[in-house]
Design a protein. Structure first.
Length: 639
């Protein structure tokens, strides 16, 4: 008997579950049908379905919001008021819905009734902060400025908090372009909630995008400082410094920085970031002053534990070393509008002209990196220091053997990016030293190394393609390009470079005759020498190509390449002479832009350059270089 009852009970449960499921499924279909009616403009039919569904399930928020939206769009305020009223009966504590009833009065041109309704509501819930935030949104949306300000004042008085609703008011004033008041409100908010530093800083920096706002922003900060003691202003000074850095007021930014204490790790990190930003802005001497100040302060330890002290000391020394290194970077490279495969990984973009650096400067830089290695235990910074030392040896002193040793010291498997970069660089150094087989062997070994993941192996293979290409192994390069294009996505930063290189090889070699192939292979020897920074030898090969293969397809590129080298060697007239020979070639537009730029930036003959730029725009109105040329013309007008 009990068993039969149990079975019947289970059957009933299953039966009712089936009915409920069927009902839910029916309701969902009706809901979708109502939405379809809305889209068709059959609003009455949609409304009838929503009301039917809501009657059967009064607490269903999805149906409620859909019907509310329908009434609002159709401005059916009478039915909307009924809907909101019913919602409040079900959810008596729903402040949002109560406030929206006042908005209905306002939409019905009953402003006085709406204001009275909201005033009564505020009086009823005056100790509830939520009502203030909700009313602020309503007043802001409906441009009730006086009510909004009055609401803020009442809230601040009620809760004895001068920063109450300051973030919201700051946003509101910013939309009104009242930046002075907006910043004051943001700073009140920040003082109360200092962890929101990044949010407030970004908002003020956006204001400073318009340079005409500079004086207003600065005055707002200065007036704030006059009314608040400096001891309470640390986080505010941080934002002010961000603003001064962005607007390149470095001296004043440094003055503000000197007002800040150096006690805990956050204090040090902020000043470290400041120094890093100065270095990135090429304010090298000022950045070194800040680094030195930090280093001196670290001797006192302040509130730092040994681990933090060690970490900060390493970072400071690293910053100083990078500053010294920055001094040695060539600063004469012109950022050209047009170029030879501009930004293509497979071609040498810039030529490292031999610079005469003082032995003292080089030694100081090496000494700073040595300080990191001798004072710090093996850590991230020691690997970075070894890597930077290797870069200096490779690019500045051309100590290839020493560079390889330093790259190997930097190869820490616990730091993937440096391990990968160091091993790729060893291949580059061997290539520059003329050890082509060792360079290629290094990359092939890396491809066999199980440590590297698929994405890293893609980069290794791309480097291998470059080495094969420059070494004249064009069939191998072309086959590898075809393979890798099947693997990588078009969003990959090397995708277009690979496509360009493939077309280049096919045009000048794969699909060409013996004479053109021979010319291209000789031209590539020049490219290889250029990649090895053997400038004179490269020029010699390029000149031989011009002399011996005058009717081949590679002549325009060879001529343009020689013009680039001469420009960087400051042989400007020779460069212009070479570019003039390209007037009837496939590189006519590139040559014309490059000639204009040399005349403009190198020879400083602005009037002549303007004429050349205008001539280019007339001859090539649809060129990809047209917009950059127009921009440069506007710059010249402003100089």
């Amino acid at each position: 008997m009990h068993k039969i009852l149990h079975i019947n009970f289970i059957f009933l449960i299953l039966f009712f579950s089936f009915l409920i499921g069927k009902q839910l499924n029916t309701n969902e279909q009706l809901f979708k049908q109502a939405i379809t009616y809305e889209r068709m403009g059959k609003f009455q039919l949609a409304e009838e379905i929503y009301l039917e569904l809501l009657n059967s399930d009064p607490k269903n928020s999805r149906i409620y919001f859909q019907l509310k939206s329908l009434y609002k769009r159709n401005k059916n305020y009478l039915e909307l008021e009924k809907l909101l009223g019913n919602r409040i009966k079900i959810f008596p504590n729903d402040l949002q819905t109560k406030i929206e009833i006042g908005e209905i009065y306002l939409k019905n041109n009953k402003k006085d009734k709406a204001i009275k309704y909201w005033n009564d509501l505020l009086m009823e819930f005056e100790s509830n902060k939520t009502i203030y935030y909700l009313l602020f949104q309503i007043f802001s949306t409906n441009k009730l400025d006086k009510k909004l300000i009055s609401l803020v004042e009442k809230g601040r008085l009620k809760f004895n908090d001068s920063s109450f609703l300051s973030y919201e008011l700051g946003n509101y004033k910013s939309e009104k372009l009242d930046f002075y008041t907006s910043i004051h409100e943001y700073l009140k908010f920040l003082k109360k909630k200092p962890k929101q530093l990044n949010i407030i800083s970004s908002k003020i920096l956006i204001m400073s995008d318009d340079t005409t706002n500079f004086n207003i922003i600065k005055k707002s900060f200065n007036d704030y400082f006059q009314n608040n003691t400096s001891a309470e202003n640390k986080v505010i000074i941080h934002v002010f410094i961000d603003f001064l850095l962005k607007t390149k007021n470095y001296t004043e930014a440094l003055n503000q920085l000197n007002l800040l204490p150096l006690k805990n790790e956050n204090d040090y990190q902020f000043q470290m970031n400041f120094a890093d930003n100065l270095r990135n802005e090429k304010e090298i001497e000022t950045s070194m002053m800040v680094y030195s100040k930090i280093l001196e302060s670290l001797k006192n330890k302040n509130e730092l534990n040994e681990k933090s002290l060690s970490k900060l000391t390493a970072k400071t020394l690293y910053g100083i070393a990078l500053s010294y290194e920055e001094k040695m970077q060539p600063n004469n490279e012109m950022k050209s509008i047009s170029g030879f495969f501009a930004n293509n990984f497979f071609f040498q973009l810039s030529i490292l002209i031999n610079q005469k650096f003082s032995t003292e400067l080089i030694n100081e830089t090496f000494n700073m990196y040595d300080s990191i290695l001798t004072r710090m235990n093996e850590n991230d910074f020691s690997s970075q220091a070894h890597f930077r030392i290797a870069e200096l040896k490779y690019l500045i002193t051309h100590d290839f053997e020493g560079a390889i040793k330093s790259y190997k010291s930097a190869s820490n498997k616990n730091i993937r990016d440096i391990y990968l970069k160091s091993n790729l660089r060893i291949s580059d150094v061997n290539f520059s030293a003329g050890k082509i087989d060792e360079s290629i062997f290094q990359l092939e070994n890396m491809l066999e190394n199980s440590y590297f993941n698929n994405q890293e192996k893609e980069l290794i293979k791309i480097n291998l393609i470059k080495k094969y290409f420059l070494n004249g192994k064009l069939e191998t390069s072309n086959n590898l390009i075809s393979e890798i294009l099947l693997l990588i996505k078009y969003e990959n930063i090397f995708f277009n470079d690979l496509i360009e290189l493939k077309r280049y090889i096919e045009k000048h070699y794969i699909e060409n005759d013996f004479q053109n192939k021979d010319a291209f292979l000789n031209y590539l020897i020049g490219e290889k020498l250029l990649a090895q920074n053997k400038i004179i030898e490269a020029m010699s090969y390029f000149n031989d190509v011009l002399k011996n293969y005058g009717k081949t397809s590679i002549i325009p590129e060879t001529t343009f390449r020689l013009a680039q080298i001469n420009q960087q060697l400051e042989n400007y007239e020779k460069s212009l002479s070479l570019l003039k020979t390209l007037e009837n070639s496939i590189l006519k537009s590139e040559a014309m832009v490059f000639s204009s730029e040399i005349t403009d930036r190198n020879l400083n003959r602005k009037i002549e350059a303007e004429k050349l730029y205008f001539q280019f725009l007339q001859d090539f109105p649809k060129s990809i270089y047209s917009e950059p040329v127009r921009y440069r013309l506007r710059e010249i007008k402003g100089e």
